[in-house]
Design a protein around this ligand. Structure first.
Ligand code: LLP
Length: 420
């Protein structure tokens, strides 16, 4: 887990004291360090690109904030998208369609039509989707998502590559679907897996998945005489969330999988789709302690962010490290649950954490909040979404305004007959 500097008892983030950022922008607030974001992108790109032609399709479901997308566009990133909304957002911030891929699931014909109208390449998830796509654009370039029978994930909800998964084309019909694509006049140029997000042994799981793809690539060539242009190994590059948790060796993984592709196939381009790896540790969530309580032998720190702002602890039981930003060098004196303002007992950000004695007004920093944090936030309990800030060169810039009460009401109407 990335840790941050301590400036006379205060957490430093992007060159400023976290408590000063909280004071200036209010809480809760997501704060991203541009340098960390750029560094993460470059690290994963360079690890693969030194071996072979590489396209990093940032999986933007992790975080679609437009300022962050701009930064990644500048870095030369590609993007993996799952909806017309994500495609439109990426196009709006300046990604050329040639750098956007669409990997949908349970795709409707109307969405498929909209996607093809943009000119973005589709990564096929089912035989039905491919047949419907061919009716709309009979010679489209496509890639095909395979279910390799290898799954991985930090919890069951995010495992996607196991046999019987709702995602992709089952392994036993993978070669045939390329034949059918050719019959339909389509131009299949890539093959894809995404085994899941995170998990205990990503090195093994990811390299085994690539080996399934290299075998398939050769079978497809043998049976259909088709040379694929790229192998897409998906995302799922794990990031440490706990203190002292080791980082995954991205250099080693890149060397192993690019070796497999270069030695065993005629494919010369690798694609990957990291979401979490690129954005996760670039962002912290700052939330203010508003209530300190002791009940039934437990200590609670009540803060102003709940699962409306960060749902991962509640939804996946995920661990996010927390620290009191304005007591950064104080000794831990007790164990606390950090809980939010949502009226459900499942509303917690952290449980049973050793922390310095909290006081109302303290600023709590929640780590690793760049991935699947803001993008999964909601307005549950009628709490408008919070601000986002970008740190660059020791300066803080607002990149998203907080929503207002008017925003909560904007799309609702009360039928005339109910109004006096
Ligand atoms: N490619 C595809 C096709 C995906 O479905 C995903 C994530 C990725 C790439 C990126 O995976 P990553 O590198 O970020 O692990 N909300 C969950 C994660 C769901 C991931 C869904 N698909 C969480 O908060 O952990």
């Amino acid at each position: 887990m990335r840790d941050f500097e301590n400036d006379r008892g205060s957490m430093l983030f992007g060159g400023l004291r976290a408590e000063d950022i909280a004071e200036r922008f209010g809480t809760p607030v997501y704060v991203t360090d541009e340098d960390i974001l750029r560094g993460n992108y470059r690290r994963i790109y360079n690890a693969f690109a030194k071996h072979m032609d590489t396209r990093v399709y940032y999986a933007c479901k992790a975080n679609t904030s437009m300022a962050l997308l701009r930064i990644l566009e500048q870095e030369g990133s590609y993007v993996d998208t799952v909806s017309i909304g994500e495609i439109a957002t990426c196009m709006k911030v300046g990604f050329p369609v040639s750098r956007i891929m669409y990997t949908g699931t349970s795709v409707s014909t109307s969405e498929l039509r909209d996607v093809l109208n943009t000119g973005v390449m589709v990564n096929i998830d089912s035989p039905s989707e491919m047949e419907r796509l061919a009716e709309i654009d009979g010679n489209a370039k496509i890639s095909v998502r395979i279910t390799p029978g290898i799954g991985a994930g930090h919890c069951d909800k995010v495992v996607t590559g196991s046999k019987g998964s709702k995602f992709g084309i089952p392994l036993d019909s993978a070669v045939d679907i390329y034949g059918r694509a050719l019959e339909l006049g389509l131009r299949p140029i890539g093959i894809h897996v995404h085994i899941g997000s995170g998990g205990s042994d990503p090195m093994n799981a990811l390299s085994n998945a690539v080996s399934v793809l290299t075998d398939l690539t050769n079978d497809i060539k043998d049976v259909h005489g088709l040379d694929l242009e790229f192998i897409n190994m998906g995302g799922g590059f794990e990031v440490p969330y706990k203190p002292n948790e080791p980082e995954m060796d991205i250099e080693e993984l890149a060397s192993v999988v690019t070796d497999m592709i270069l030695n065993d196939t005629s494919v010369r381009t690798i694609a990957l789709e990291p979401g979490r790896y690129v954005v996760c540790d670039s962002t912290i969530l700052l939330t203010r302690c508003v209530d300190v309580k002791r009940a039934g032998g437990k200590n609670y720190i009540g803060v102003d962010a709940g699962f409306n702002t960060l749902i991962r602890p509640t939804f996946y039981d995920s661990y996010h490290h927390v620290a009191i930003a304005n007591k950064f060098n104080k000794a831990c004196e007790g164990k606390y649950d950090v809980v939010g303002p949502i009226c459900e007992s499942g509303d917690y950000l952290a449980r049973d954490r050793a922390l310095p004695t909290p006081e109302e007004g303290d600023v709590v920093a929640v780590y690793n909040c760049g991935a699947y944090a803001f993008s999964m936030s909601s307005t549950y309990n009628s709490r408008p979404r919070c601000r986002e800030v970008l740190m660059h060169d020791g300066k803080a810039e607002l990149i998203r305004e907080a929503e207002t009460l008017e925003d909560l009401w904007r799309y609702q109407m009360i039928p005339e007959r109910l109004v006096e």
